[in-house]
Design a protein around this ligand. Structure first.
Ligand SMILES: [Cu+2]
Length: 332
């Protein structure tokens, strides 16, 4: 979180925050060099310190979350695990595995994974052993280079999102990023997206959930909200996680059909949005490609006028569906 990616809240919205910390009030890093002005992405961090001295806060303060495997002395370390399982530790400034975490959004650890091509998104919650090893049934659903994001708050520290690449061997079929669309379906639900993100400017995005043509007005709380959003930037998988302002039961936040949030994308380019929502006891993920800034930026797939026209492989391939639309596929 930094001033370059500041957010502004909408009363009934959710706040999208790019960065390792979650609130405007938590920008300050007590050990960061003082008076360091934010600057444009694209370099200039070379003097922030050599590797390993633990003083990479300066660079980290300018970065969206999830790009670093080690930040503020905390390092994400996958560990060997039996087949079918994924395991990791977070080591702290003392080099030992962290065992004390704060609960954030109902969990002490949120593990998000996606392939480098932005397919295969999963959001799961591992269990921690007393030695600080987190384990979960592997969410890595097939061959490829995956990015695993650990989203957590070490007790006494600041919220962090660390990321590490994990390779699953096997024959890999590259998947192009689905074209931008304003409607998608998952498991019989249609989710529409209104609003357009812009780089460097706050935009309100509203997601509306319906089923069989009828608005869904009884969304169920999931991790303390009616919707959770993760966005990943194409190219480097910079990580963004939505944190709600309104909460179920607060007397003003309605359980659908609309879930809205405000976001300020840190740069022009394509992003993949993943909305987790819960209904009928099942968490489902609706995905969208959005483009901040010029829709003709390099690497951005051409937009289509309907969610399916021209992009059948992107929106309805069996593989994609298997990865993304299986009820109860591991949320929670
Ligand atoms: Cu989570």
């Amino acid at each position: 979180m930094n001033t370059a990616t500041k957010l502004s809240g909408f009363a009934l919205g959710l706040a999208v925050v790019f960065g390792a910390t979650y609130g405007v009030g938590r920008v300050a890093d007590p050990v960061a060099p003082p008076a360091e002005a934010p600057h444009e992405a694209g370099g200039g961090h070379g003097e922030d310190g050599g590797a390993g001295h633990g003083g990479d806060n300066g660079a980290a303060a300018h970065l969206p979350g999830g790009l670093l495997v080690s930040d503020r002395g905390y390092t994400l370390r996958p560990v060997d695990a039996p087949a079918g399982q994924f395991a990791f530790q977070v080591t702290g400034p003392d080099g030992r595995a962290v065992t004390a975490y704060d609960v954030a959004h109902d969990k002490r650890m949120h593990l998000i994974v996606a392939r480098r091509d932005l397919s295969g998104f999963r959001h799961v919650h591992p269990e921690m052993a007393p030695d600080g090893t987190w384990r979960v049934d592997s969410p890595l659903a097939g061959p490829g280079v995956w990015r695993a994001f650990a989203d957590f708050t070490p007790t006494g520290g600041e919220a962090l999102t660390l990321g590490v690449d994990v390779t699953v061997p096997g024959a890999l079929t590259g998947r192009p990023l689905p074209a931008p669309a304003t409607s998608t379906t998952v498991d019989g639900y249609t989710v529409t997206l209104a609003g357009a993100p812009e780089p460097g400017r706050t935009a309100e995005l509203t997601l509306t959930v319906s089923r069989a043509g009828a608005p869904v007005t009884d969304l169920e709380p999931y991790l303390g909200a009616y919707g959770h959003l993760v966005a990943l930037r194409q190219g480097d998988l910079a990580y963004l996680h939505v944190h709600p302002h309104g909460e179920p039961g607060d007397g003003r936040t309605r359980p659908g059909p609309e879930v809205s949030f405000s976001a300020e994308m840190p740069s022009a380019g394509a992003y993949r949005l993943y909305l987790d929502f819960k209904h009928g006891g099942v968490v489902r993920t609706a995905e969208f490609t959005v483009v901040a800034g010029s829709p003709t930026a390099p690497g951005v797939p051409a937009a289509t006028s309907s969610p399916t026209a021209g992009t059948p492989a992107a929106t309805s391939s069996p593989t994609t569906g298997a990865d993304h639309g299986v009820p109860g596929h591991g949320h929670d």
